[in-house]
Write a protein that binds this ligand. Sequence first.
Ligand code: JCF
Length: 689
Amino acid sequence: MTQLDSKRREEVERLRAELDDANYRYHVLDDPTLTDADYDRSLRRLQELEAEYPELVTADSPTQRVGAPPEAGFPEVEHAVPMLSLDNAFDEEELEAFVRRVAERLEASSESLSFCCEPKLDGAAVSLVYAQGRLVSGATRGDGRTGEGITSNLRTLRSVPLRLRGAHPPELLEVRGEVIISHADFEAMNQRARAEGSKLFANPRNAAAGSLRQLDPRITATRPLAFHGYQVARIEPDPGDATHSALMDRLGDLGLPTSGEREVVTGAPGVIGYCRRLGEKRDALGYDIDGVVIKVDDRRLQRELGFVARAPRWAIAFKFPAQEQTTWLNEVEFQVGRTGAITPVARLEPVSVAGVVVSSATLHNADEIARLGVMIGDNVVIRRAGDVIPQVVRVIEKARPADARRILFPERCPVCDSQIERLAGEAVARCSGGLYCPAQRKEALKHFVSRRALDIDGLGEKLIEALVERDWVATPADLFGLRAEALAELPRMGRKSSENLVASLEASKATTLARFIYALGIREVGEATAANLARHFGTLDALMAAGREALEGVEDVGPIVAAHVHTFFCQPHNRDTIDDLIACGLHWREETVIERPRPLVGQAWVLTGTLEGMTRDQGKARLQALGAKVTGSVSKKTAGLVAGEAAGSKLDKALQLGVPVLEESAFLARLAAWEAGDVATDESEEDKA
Ligand code: JCF
């Protein structure tokens, strides 16, 4: 082996160790140290090396998670040790009875018994087999005896190590666990599916199970699945751990994630205490659980207790109330949000779902109503989980009453009667009333006074509603005309609080440009974008005068945000409001504009073909930020053509006309130099004009 070979080999091993370690820190220790960008960079570097030196590729390389070809079906896999089900306990008495039964059978006192408790995850159960530390097989639970072999799909989960950690992994390890999707990931997944008009999943469990049963692992790889181990079915040689909890800790050391909520408790009071605590925490966990699994911790005692039928005597599942319920849909109302978005809301016959009474659920938009096929009067399944707004999951069609009515989407805003618009390709319908619409007015005002905007103390939601309803305040500028004497007449407003409010209104007039821009409530302009706009333009006048192209030159501003900003400042009523606010005395110091070099002012550039390191839009934005105009066709006035891979007729034309052509690498070098401000190109002479 040459020296170079061994250096390559070392780099490949170093990258693999770094990537494996990042997964371990993220999934097991819950303490990520590598950013996503760094992870991706190292993974790409490894991919490059392996592409160049295919002899260095190994099956357990982090690059080999996806890549197995689509399958025709899944093979049957017989579990060497059956995958058990658990007995259930539905209340605390049944838990006490379980502890008593165990103690009696062991002829021990129940206070002396330790139990290992953890959440019962509501996902899809799987089994993983590691031989000599390498993942060799993965299967679904199936009927407990035979499951489906889904190894290629399970390999795509970053929380499933392809090789176990440590120098001396067990010769054989079979571990059982649950594959879940978090609430946040599930929401994002369905949000995307809703926008694309594709099929939605009813709940995270179905989404997890469905994702694992994809015939093409590349699809599974895109799903936000996470594995958590909960049971060792086989380990050889047996490390001799005395307790289940020690064995779970060992799984963590081997790189396999387990529940971070696991606790060892004593006796029935300990078990009941844990179940109560977890029940209270349930909504805040961020993923679905349907109860608690309680196991006798001592492995010797587990063996002594053995099994009845298909369930162990040493474990039980304490069941929480279901997160789905059926109820009746009585009416549909249409709410108007701050940005005018119209959301249909189902008014429900109140029903208790996992401990909370639910009387309304979102129907999202017209497409969702059509997808569900829901009608007023229907019997519906609703779901409430964590902080997620309750959802209508499906309709029980056979229970549909004869007088069920179709849901009619309104054409006019239920609040201000303005036309409702729905843009082509958008799922959301919006009221076109803007600040004229009282519904949007209240929300616009709430946003305007909020902490991260103008930060006006003492102006709560109720007060804003009272002010809007009395027509004292229609636009943010009206707030600054309020007098303490008048305010004191409002409900729950004394003289003192009125004076305080006027004082905090006065104080809020000294603000920053970034806060002011954010406070305007322009669609898709959050705090970060507002700050970028302020920094880029320096003054409000410069921002208001900016066209879409100039706006797209701002960091993180794409064509959609640019269009929203531009449209906002084009509306005469918005300009009036801004003038009024400034007339009231709102002021800020000018932002220091970071002087960016603009050597390409007056030049027209064209991009063609595929760039490797960036999208054409990104290339365009960087050229625009340097002052260039980016056009779609080459003429003799074109200052330069950037030609990516597979450039076609534009390249021919540029060569014909003698227009300078830059390939990607040259383009990148030039961009970097221009942005650093350290070149004077011939063309930049035009700058001085
Ligand atoms: O989280 C679960 N769904 C879960 C299921 C956790 C456990 O500790 C389990 C289980 C099924 C069987 N333990 C066994 C023995």
